[in-house]
Write a protein that binds this ligand. Structure first.
Ligand SMILES: [Zn+2]
Length: 311
């Protein structure tokens, strides 16, 4: 098969990423610096300004679910590189480097777990594996998680962190958008909830597919959640954008997100949601008090549940 080769270079006028050249443990907002153990103990949230650093998938799972409850599935799935894609280096070389750097087979871990004693199927992305990009393996793993949810009759929980579709897989990566949307439909058809948690960044083909389809949409503070980044939108439209363009807080204001939850409160929030969605085993009795009607407005019931945290 002929090799597909493209040349990707940063243009001389293109601004560098705000994270470029900065130590990974230095806060990009307030420049506070932390030892690794300090940062892990603080759930990788800056103690000075509240900036949420990006989380490796295994650390996310350790923070989020009941200790020892995660059972990984589809751990052996690996990419086949059917396009024999080469940019500045072969795709297979990039995959090997990412695998060595992260200890992961691809940019998503899936399996089953429990949160607050409530079971769920789980799909967690890792931005440190090729920018959390979604290729064939990520798409297939998400479907495995959806299948697990349906087979066990439990909610599906996804934690997204992605730059979008994986360009090295071309149309095969774009097809994962349709595939993961169908997987969400399958969960919905089984009348099971899908809870989508968007961390920084959730962009491109991932926010344009499964990550935006949660029955409950949760975001971490400050998470960028837009199809295109603010710089691209600003260059294309010639408009000056608000400083919080595409961020979790503006998506909450615009109604695309139900809750913005700080990382330290995420496990409790998820546990309460799973409890809310759990099938009731107790039939209501005639003496049971009448249910209190939820506050008016969209998602009023959710804001009441979280004491107004939904804004
Ligand atoms: Zn900071």
């Amino acid at each position: 098969m002929a090799q597909i080769s493209v040349d990707i270079e940063r243009g001389p006028d293109e601004p560098a990423s705000p994270h470029q050249g900065r130590h990974p443990n230095t806060c990009p907002v307030c420049s506070s610096h932390y030892r690794d153990d300090e940062l892990v103990a603080a759930l990788r949230v800056c103690r000075q300004c509240g900036h949420h650093f990006r989380l490796p998938a295994r650390e996310r799972i350790a923070q989020l679910v009941d200790a020892g409850s995660f059972q990984e599935a589809a751990a052996d799935l690996r990419n086949a590189d059917p396009l024999a894609f080469v940019d500045r280096k072969p795709y297979t070389e990039r995959l090997t480097e990412a695998e060595l750097a992260t200890g992961l087979g691809d940019a998503m871990l899936v399996g089953t777990a429990s949160v607050g004693g409530r079971p769920c199927a789980l799909a967690v992305m890792d931005f440190f594996f090729m920018g959390g990009s979604m290729g064939s393996v990520v798409g297939e793993k998400f479907c495995v998680a959806a299948d697990l949810a349906v087979a066990r009759g439990v909610p599906l929980v996804a934690v997204a962190s992605s730059g979008g579709a994986r360009m090295q897989e071309n149309v095969l990566a774009l097809m994962q958008m349709a595939k993961t949307v169908m997987a969400v439909d399958q969960v919905r058809a089984a009348r099971l909830p899908f809870i989508s948690i968007c961390s920084d960044p959730t962009t491109g083909g991932v926010i344009a597919s499964f990550a935006a389809l949660g029955d409950v949409m949760i975001a971490e503070p400050g998470a960028l959640m837009s199809f295109a980044g603010p710089r691209v939108v600003q260059q294309t439209t010639g408009e000056t954008l608000p400083t919080d363009f595409g961020r979790a807080e503006s998506q909450l204001r615009l109604g695309h997100v139900d809750l913005v939850v700080p990382r330290a409160e995420l496990t409790a929030a998820l546990g309460r949601l799973l409890q809310l969605f759990a099938p009731s085993t107790d039939e209501p009795t005639a003496d049971a008090p009448a249910p209190v009607p939820p506050p008016a407005g969209p998602m009023g019931w959710l804001r009441r549940l979280f004491g107004g945290a939904g804004g």
